[in-house]
Design a protein around this ligand. Structure first.
Ligand code: KG4
Ligand code: ZN
Length: 338
């Protein structure tokens, strides 16, 4: 049994978890700062790092207590070193290194995006080759994994990330940040009355683009404003969400047709979207050789348990870091290819 304690602080959640063998979550303590950032409509980096400093020891103690695990029962310390906000990443990294030094444990460097994908193992064991749709606030990628812990980005967004487009539309409609969940709920109450463009539907690749859709939504709202017309926000939410989901489904379908994979993983904050989950479930009915493994909803947003899951992949391959490990705010998958 391998017990890994993991630290995540790349954006606005401070989190520490203890995970056994990469898939059994013994504890996952998360402190969120959403309330502090809501009035600014986004994360304020300075505020975020100060919150992390305030919370990290409390979250660490809570994770140890909840799991009922003593430091001497642990095998390693996993930590997110990128991508993310440098000031936020630094707090988790310092916490993890200090804990590792104090208890004489090895440090495992973890890519936050690998963490999102590895959280699929909390649903069921991933079989390879696998394809992952990674949709978060900062990233939208189709990632091919020919084997465990190996990542090939076959498609990505050329502009906004899927989650970012939800948040920007939310801002336009004066919804609280982050707006993904609220728009998801509003979309259920509305009708698809507005025809927005589905980005790049005809292009011969696996890339995404959401900026055209965002502009179309902005134009629609401004036109209505100018004419003094009241817009139906629920209808707008439905129409917008349809366009995002269509784009994600279209590219995914193409990738599934061209790469025959045993598992299809849906990961990242936007993986909580109910319409996306439903439509992917239907799509996967046509691919009988492929099991659909969406990350369980409670692990779709940023959390340390997912870092423990990806940390275990590295642990098995003996990928450890020295105590001079630094943050890498722009880290992507390219650097992880083995
Ligand atoms: O992965 P995550 O927690 O943080 C990043 O690493 O970016 O993703 C956060 C993003 C936000 O943009 C949020 O609006 C979006 O996930 N999100 C959703 C839903 N829940 C969260 N988007 C659409 N539908 C949802 N239900
Ligand atoms: Zn994330």
């Amino acid at each position: 049994m391998t017990k890994i304690i993991s630290f995540e602080s790349s954006a606005d959640e401070t989190s520490v978890a203890i995970v056994e063998d990469g898939h059994v979550v013994l504890s996952n303590s998360v402190a969120t700062q959403i309330n502090s950032h809501q009035r600014f409509g986004g994360i304020v980096p300075e505020v975020a790092s100060r919150h992390h400093i305030e919370w990290i020891t409390r979250v660490l103690n809570d994770a140890l207590k909840t799991a009922d695990v003593k430091p001497n029962e642990l095998d390693a310390v996993a930590v997110t070193y990128g991508p993310g906000l440098v000031g936020s990443l630094l707090v988790g990294l310092m916490g993890a290194k200090t804990f590792a030094l104090a208890h004489n444990l090895p440090v495992i460097p973890v890519n936050h995006l690998a963490g999102h994908i590895a959280a699929a193992n909390f649903n069921q064991s991933v079989q390879y080759p696998a394809l992952a749709l990674m949709v978060s606030g900062g990233h939208t990628e189709l990632v091919l994994m020919r084997k465990e812990n190996q990542f090939e980005v076959i498609g990505e967004t050329r502009d906004d990330a899927a989650g970012e487009s939800f948040d920007k539309v939310g801002r336009l409609l004066n919804l609280p940040y982050p707006a993904g969940k609220t728009i998801d709920e509003m979309a259920h109450r509305g009708q698809a009355t507005i025809k927005f463009p589905t980005a790049m539907a005809h292009e011969d690749n696996y890339d995404f683009s959401f900026s055209g859709l965002k502009s179309a939504v902005i134009n629609y709202v401004h036109h209505a404003d100018q004419k003094g017309e009241q817009i139906n926000q629920n209808d707008l939410a439905t129409s917008f969400q349809n366009a995002v989901v269509d784009a994600l489904i279209g590219r995914t379908k193409r990738a599934l047709e061209n790469f025959s994979v045993k598992s299809f993983i849906l990961a990242g904050g936007v993986a909580a979207n109910s319409q996306l989950r439903e439509e992917l479930t239907i799509l996967l009915n046509d691919f009988s050789e492929t099991i659909f493994i969406p990350v369980p909803i409670r692990y779709t947003g940023d959390n340390a348990a997912m870092i423990g899951a990806a940390g275990y992949w590295n642990y098995k391959q003996k990928i450890f870091a020295d105590l001079d490990l630094n943050t890498d705010p722009g880290l992507d998958f390219d650097l992880l290819q083995l």
